[in-house]
Design a protein. Structure first.
Length: 398
């Protein structure tokens, strides 16, 4: 999706909020219908039946009829797709939507005439029952757009995202392979020795965020002061997210342009960042420490980096088993937990080789991917790319 910053007028913003409210209302009704189902009861209505019920509801309620049928039907379509993803075991079960959180709606059947450029930095998009809304023309809008989604974040900013499949970044054709090791202290360490860190808030911004969080804890729930503080916190969080997103886009494009194969560890980020709180019957342990680690992983952009790499370099990203990559010496192949002297230093207890721990792991990831490529060709390693697996077996036998 290509996302752009919307610039609605106050009247247009009120109309957009109405669309968001209608989409949220229809979505929550669909959730309630599926939540009512139990074994032995009649199955919940499907998309076609829900559309028929929506038509009846629009005929009965004027406030719902005043909204856009496209927005409301697409909310049902999105819910049907979410349920299909849930039954396909690729996503979690869709749940309730809350006002002020995840606001947005989708428009389909978009024509080429529904998007136009007004000036060098300004474009306009036509929204049903709202009219033409300006957005910042930060880059060329993809051709052949069939749908778009309008969203509002917690900081109160509006965006429009046009659904389009971008052209992949062409491979350089040099045959080079790079290994990427993702971490918390170092967001991404490359096998070339480069250490990349995702940008976050500056020291002054972190101090301000801490002060705002303390104010929020003292503010009375439901008060205007609490709402003001929450908005200020949301703006800081949005600034941090924008910087991280921009960093991921630049790094993923750079890697796709420089290397033919990009090897990454096959990490289950969603499982790794799951809360350790547990239940009342079985409470978790080290919950606060785990929460801090989760925030560090999410701030490093692990999942988004690999996702964007696979989108920009399709077929050129290889996921490698992460087991023992941080305990294996890239020089001799010896595996020992004691070699990981600290978070940043790796010192092999067998050959004495020393390196940055993250870079050493990235080179192991690269060599494993190179070994897979050699095995796929049915040949032997060449060109300086070494498969460490036979050496590890030999060391273990000795």
């Amino acid at each position: 999706m290509s996302r752009y910053r919307l610039q609605p007028t106050p009247a247009q913003e009120a109309a957009l909020l109405e669309h968001c409210g209608h989409a949220r209302f229809v979505w929550n009704l669909a959730v309630a219908q599926h939540a009512h189902w139990k074994p032995g009861r009649k199955c919940a209505p499907g998309f076609a039946e829900q559309c028929r019920q929506l038509t009846e509801a629009r005929a009965e309620f004027a406030w719902l009829r005043a909204g856009s049928i496209v927005v409301q039907q697409q909310a049902l379509k999105d819910f049907a797709q979410a349920m299909a993803n849930f039954f396909g075991k690729t996503h979690r079960k869709p749940t309730w939507r809350k006002r002020g959180r995840g606001e947005g709606f989708r428009i389909v059947a978009v024509k080429a005439s529904d998007v136009r450029r007004v000036s060098r930095n300004v474009g306009e998009v036509r929204v049903p029952k709202v009219g033409w809304i300006r957005f910042r023309w930060s880059r060329v809008v993809p051709e052949g757009v069939k749908s778009y989604r309008i969203t509002r974040d917690k900081a109160g900013r509006w965006h429009v995202a046009f659904a389009a499949i971008p052209e992949p970044v062409p491979a350089p054709g040099t045959g080079e392979i790079v290994g990427v090791d993702r971490g918390v202290a170092v967001s991404a360490a490359l096998s070339t020795g480069e250490m990349l860190a995702a940008p976050g808030l500056r020291a002054t911004e972190k101090a301000r965020l801490l002060r705002l969080l303390r104010k929020l804890a003292r503010a009375e729930r439901g008060s205007n002061r609490r709402g003001t503080v929450k908005s200020a916190i949301a703006r800081l969080k949005a600034r941090e997210a924008d910087r991280r997103r921009d960093w991921v886009e630049k790094i993923s494009t750079d890697l796709a342009r420089r290397f033919d194969v990009i090897a990454v560890e096959d990490l289950k980020v969603s499982a790794m960042t799951r809360s350790a709180r547990g239940t009342i019957a079985a409470p978790g342990r080290n919950v606060r420490q785990k929460a801090g680690l989760n925030r560090g992983i999410l701030a490093a952009g692990w999942g988004r980096l690999v996702t964007r790499l696979e989108q920009k370099a399709p077929g050129r990203v290889e996921r490698i088993d992460p087991r023992l990559t941080s305990q294996t010496c890239n020089a001799c192949g010896h595996i020992a937990r004691e070699s990981r002297e600290s978070q940043a230093l790796f010192g092999c207890v067998a050959c004495g080789h020393q390196d940055n721990a993250d870079v050493n792991a990235a080179r192991n990831v690269r060599d494993t991917a190179a070994g897979h490529a050699v095995a796929a060709r049915g040949g032997s390693p060449s060109g300086g790319l070494v498969n460490r697996e036979p050496q590890r077996d030999l060391l273990q036998v000795e």
